[in-house]
Design a protein around this ligand. Sequence first.
Ligand SMILES: Nc1nc2c(ncn2[C@@H]2O[C@H](COP(=O)(O)OP(=O)(O)OP(=O)(O)O)[C@@H](O)[C@H]2O)c(=O)[nH]1
Length: 359
Amino acid sequence: MKVVLIGVGQAGGKITQALAEHDYEMGFDAVQGALAVNTAEADLQALDIDTQLIGRDRVKGHGVGGDNELGAEIMREGSTEVIDELDGRITSRAEGVVIVAGLGGGTGSGGAPMLARELKRIYDIPIYVLGVLPGRDEGAIYQANAGRSLKTVAREANATILIDNDAWHDNEESIQAGFETINQNIAQRVGLLFASGEVVDGVGESVVDSSEVINTLRPGGIASIGYASAAAAEDSADNVNNIITATRNALLAGTSLPDAVEADTALLVVAGDPDRISRKGVERARNWVEEETGSLEVRGGDFPLDSERLAALVLLGGVERSDRIDEFLQRAREAHERASEPTPDPDDAFENEQLDDLF
Ligand SMILES: Nc1nc2c(ncn2[C@@H]2O[C@H](COP(=O)(O)OP(=O)(O)OP(=O)(O)O)[C@@H](O)[C@H]2O)c(=O)[nH]1
C-alpha cells in the first residue's frame, strides 16, 4: 500500500522517520514521501526527513507547550502551507495518507485532527491517523489532551490506528529508551502493514493486497495492530501449529491496544517463506481470529519474506467499544475533571459532551 506520511509534533516526527527508514532498509518502497510538521524548531532539526515549521508568528519556533487548542488553531492557519508542501508527494500512486502524532502533547494532539479534516476536503484517498496514547504514568495534562484529541480524530480521520504507549515497552527501560523501543516496534509492524501489496516476487493468489488493508479500515473508528513471530520448520506441513501460535500471540499478547480483541473487521497477514506457509494453518488461524474477535469480516493473505521464521500480523478495525478504550477515556475524563471542568458522565464514551471535541 503506497502511503504518504506526515508526522505532526515531536513524537509524530520521530515515528515518521522510523517508519520511513524501516521501509527503505527493508526495500518495501511503500512510503512515497515523509514530512515532519511541528511548531518547535529544535524538534525538527533533530530529524533527517523533510520538515516544515508552522506557527512561527504565534510561538516563535518554541512549540505550544501542551496547549492542543493552540496546536489545532496553528494547524488550521498553516494547513495551506502544509498542503502546498505535500502537493508533489501525494501523486496518483498514493493509496492513503497517514498522519502520525502523539495524542498527549499539544502540536500533534491538536494538529493531527485538524490536518485530517483539511486533507479530507482535498484528497479522495483515505486519510488515516496513526495516534499514540500516553502511558498510564504520564501526567494528567497528557491524558486529558489525548482524550479530546482521540475523540476528535476518530471523527475526522477515515480510521485511526491506535498505539498505547504502555503496549510494547520494557518496564526496566527509561522513558526515552522506551520510546525508541516503541518506535521500532511501530515501524516494524505498521511498516509490514503498508508493505502489504507491494511485494511482487513470488506473487500467488494468496498474497495480501493493499485493498485488504483499506477494506479492513473502511468501517472507520479505531483500529489496532498486533504482531508476533514463531520458529518455523522447513516443511509447511509441520507449521500448522506454528502459524496458529503466532496468530494467538499477535492478538492476545502483541497488540498495540492490549486487551482490545472484539472487532468489527480483521485482517490476518502471515509473513514468511512461501514454502513454509501452511494453507491449513492459515485457514485455522483465520477461523480462530473470527471466533476471538466476533467479526464476520476477517480477511487474510500472505506476505512473502525471506526468513526462517513465520510471523502473524493482525489488523483489527472497529475496536472502539473495547475495555481498553473505556479505561483510557475514563482516565482522560478524570484528568479533565481535575482541571476543574464540568462533571463528566462516564457511561457514554465518545458521545460524552464533557470530554468535548477539540473543534
Ligand atoms: N511512542 C512515542 N511516544 C512519544 C515519543 N515522544 C513523545 N511521545 C509521547 O507523545 C506525547 C507528547 O507529545 P509530543 O509529540 O512530545 O508533543 P508535541 O505534539 O510536539 O506538542 P508540544 O510539545 O506541546 O508542542 C506524550 O504522551 C509522550 O509520551 C516517542 O518518540 N515515541
